[in-house]
Design a binder for this molecule. Structure first.
Ligand code: SF4
Ligand code: SF4
Length: 77
């Protein structure tokens, strides 16, 4: 699974839920130690690994492991 949510970093802001273009996240019923409701990646198969959730999370609670290989830095000229 390419997405890990560090539960105790999350403050339940919902930015990841709002900003994911593929609607991968939903609010779960689980709370962390601080009492914030955690998001959950419920449609992980739709994830394109665009990185937006990682970018928008203000508390660095999302760790995205890129598993899809893309050709980088080898554009044809
Ligand atoms: S990497 Fe992109 S598609 Fe995947 S969960 Fe994050 S915002 Fe959604
Ligand atoms: S954006 Fe980060 S802090 Fe906000 S709900 Fe998502 S994982 Fe939690």
């Amino acid at each position: 699974m390419p997405i890990t949510i560090i539960k105790d970093f999350c403050k339940g802001c919902g930015f990841c839920i709002e900003n994911c273009p593929k609607k991968v996240y939903e609010l779960s019923g689980e709370m962390n130690k601080k009492g914030y409701r955690l998001p959950q990646a419920v449609r992980i198969e739709s994830c394109t690994e665009c990185g937006l959730c990682d970018l928008y999370c203000p508390d660095f609670a999302i760790v995205l492991e890129k598993t899809k290989k893309k050709a980088k830095g080898k554009e044809a000229r």
